[in-house]
Design a protein around this ligand. Sequence first.
Ligand code: GTP
Ligand code: MG
Length: 188
Amino acid sequence: MSNTNVKKCPAPDRPEYAFIGRSNVGKSSLINMLTNQKKLAKTSSRPGKTQLINHFIINDSWYLVDLPGYGYAKVSKKARNKFQAYIVDYILQRENLYCLFVLIDSRLEPQAIDLDFISWLGEKQVPFALVFTKADKLGKTKLASAVAHYKKELKKQWAELPPVLVSSAETGLGKEEILTFIADAHLP
Ligand code: GTP
Ligand code: MG
């Protein structure tokens, strides 16, 4: 189901996990990787592809949610504000949201827009985890140092770090780890 209104989302009767992050960070690709599907979530090399709140029901028991990206400058200011309002409503009002995965491009220095968003989640006490995407674009050593660098940046502001995962939609890296994280979060 796809829509722009949290009140019209499926009944909140199952655990839910949503993916958010900058436009083009790889949210939709990660959902396809996790579900072994090529075209479940629509992907594009152009930022701004996902524009709706998209619910996918998994094994009839939980939801994966693909969200639009933030920080995409090419839409008008009005469209951007409108878009943000329904995403904010979704994040703050969705009662069955067990974890919001905040995707971060492994290749980039910590970006203000992501750090601000993470701070806001902390303020609002939204449960979240970080996923460093496109790990295939970096070597192992560079990936490890990028993640360590990011953690160091977060420690300036946080006493406790959120869970941190790494992924590649290209190689499948992180699949078991993320699926286990999800299972652990909602199995008794
Ligand atoms: P919006 O819906 O526009 O916010 O983007 P998104 O975050 O859903 O990104 P999407 O999954 O559509 O991927 C954006 C681009 O990055 C596409 O060209 C993907 O093929 C590419 N991409 C996504 N994940 C990976 C990855 O793990 N490795 C590599 N090399 N490319 C990736
Ligand atoms: Mg998308």
